[in-house]
Ligand binder design. Structure first.
Ligand code: C2E
Ligand code: MG
Ligand code: MG
Ligand code: MG
Length: 284
C-alpha cells in the first residue's frame, strides 16, 4: 500500500511537472504571436510632482491581452520573454508604441508629459538600444525630451564600461534615464557616481516601510540624501498612503508614483487627467 501510494504520488508529481512545462511552452508560443495578433497594449501610470501634486510624467507599463485568458501582467511574461530574443521585439514594440502615442497626443493638441518606458537587461545588453530609440523618435517625430528610459542597476553593473558608453549615447540623443527599483539590485555606490543618469527610483519595498516599522524611514531618507548630493532627481515608487506621501514630501523627494495618486490605466485615462489639470490652470 505504502509503495502504491508512493508510486501514485510520484506519477502525480511528474504529471504536474509535465503540465507546468507544457503551460510554459504554450505561454511562449502564444507570446511569440502576441505582437502580430495585436494583443499587447500599454497602460500609463502618472508620476506627480511631490510638492504641487501636478502630473509631470507617466510610466508606460506593458499588458498582454491574451486570447481566451484576459489581461496578463508583465511579471508573468517578461521573465519568460527575457530568456529569448523575443524580448527584443517586445521591447522595440513598447518604445515604438509609446512614441506613437505621444505623437497622437501632440497632433490632437493635448497636453503631453514625458513618458518613461522600462528596458529589459537583454535589450540593454544587445547594444542597439540607442538605435531603436533614435529610429522611433525620428519616425514619429517625437522630441527626445518626451521619452525617458527606466533601467536597473544590474544591467549597468554587469558591464559597467559598455553600460556607461550606452548611457552616454542615450544622453547624446537627449532621452532621460532613471535607475528603477533602486536599492534592490547589486547596488554599487561607486558606479552610481560614474553613470550619467538623471534620476533614482526608490523601490516600493522601501516606501512600504515608512511608518510601518521602527526606523522604517532610514533607507528612503538616506537614498534621497544620496541622490540629491549627486544632483539626481528622486522618484518614489509604490506610494499608497498619505503617511508615506507626507514623509517623502518632507524629506524632499521630487516625484511620486503609486496607487495613492493613480493606478496604471488606459492611455485615455492619462489624457483625461492631463486635460483636467490643464483646465484647472487656465480656469485659475
Ligand atoms: P516597475 O517598472 O518597477 O513598475 C512598477 C510596478 O509597480 C508596476 O507593476 C505598477 O503597476 C506597480 N505599482 C505602481 N504603483 C503601485 C502601488 O502603489 N502599489 C503596488 N503594490 N504596486 C504599484 P506592473 O505593471 O505589474 O509591472 C511590473 C514590472 O514589470 C515593472 O516593474 C517592470 O519591471 C516590468 N515591466 C512592465 N512593463 C515593462 C516593459 O514594457 N518592458 C520591460 N522590460 N519590463 C516591463
Ligand atoms: Mg519602471
Ligand atoms: Mg520600479
Ligand atoms: Mg518595482
Amino acid at each position: 500500500r505504502a509503495k502504491d501510494m508512493g508510486r501514485n504520488r510520484f506519477c502525480f508529481y511528474t504529471e504536474d511537472m509535465n503540465g507546468k512545462a507544457m503551460a510554459k511552452l504554450d505561454l511562449e508560443a502564444a507570446l511569440s504571436r502576441a505582437i502580430e495578433r495585436d494583443e499587447l497594449l500599454l497602460h500609463y501610470q502618472p508620476k506627480v510632482d511631490a510638492h504641487s501634486g501636478e502630473t509631470v510624467a507617466a510610466e508606460a507599463l506593458l499588458r498582454w491581452n491574451r486570447a481566451g485568458v484576459g489581461l496578463v501582467s508583465p511579471g508573468e511574461f517578461i521573465p519568460l520573454a527575457e530568456h529569448s530574443s523575443l524580448i527584443l521585439a517586445i521591447g522595440a514594440w513598447v518604445i515604438d508604441t509609446a512614441c506613437r502615442q505621444i505623437r497622437t497626443w501632440m497632433d490632437a493638441g493635448l497636453p503631453v508629459v514625458p513618458i518613461a518606458v522600462n528596458v529589459a537587461a537583454r535589450q540593454f545588453a544587445a547594444g542597439d538600444l540607442d538605435g531603436v530609440v533614435g529610429r522611433a523618435l525620428e519616425q514619429h517625430r517625437v522630441p527626445a525630451r518626451c521619452l525617458e528610459l527606466e533601467l536597473t542597476e544590474g544591467m549597468l553593473i554587469s558591464n559597467p564600461q559598455a553600460g556607461t558608453q550606452m548611457l552616454q549615447r542615450l544622453r547624446d540623443l537627449g532621452v532621460k534615464v532613471s535607475l528603477d527599483d533602486f536599492g534592490t539590485g547589486y547596488s554599487s555606490l561607486a558606479y552610481l557616481q560614474q553613470f550619467p543618469i538623471d534620476a533614482l527610483k526608490i523601490d516600493q519595498s522601501f516606501v512600504r516601510r515608512i511608518g510601518a516599522q521602527p526606523d522604517g524611514e532610514a533607507l528612503v531618507d538616506a537614498v534621497i540624501g544620496l541622490a540629491h548630493r549627486l544632483r539626481l532627481r528622486v522618484v518614489a515608487e509604490g506610494v499608497e498612503t498619505p503617511t508615506q506621501r507626507d514623509h517623502l514630501r518632507r524629506q524632499g523627494c521630487d516625484e511620486m508614483q503609486g496607487y495613492h495618486f493613480g493606478r496604471p490605466d488606459a492611455p485615455e485615462a492619462l489624457q483625461r487627467r492631463l486635460a483636467a489639470e490643464a483646465d484647472l490652470v487656465t480656469a485659475y
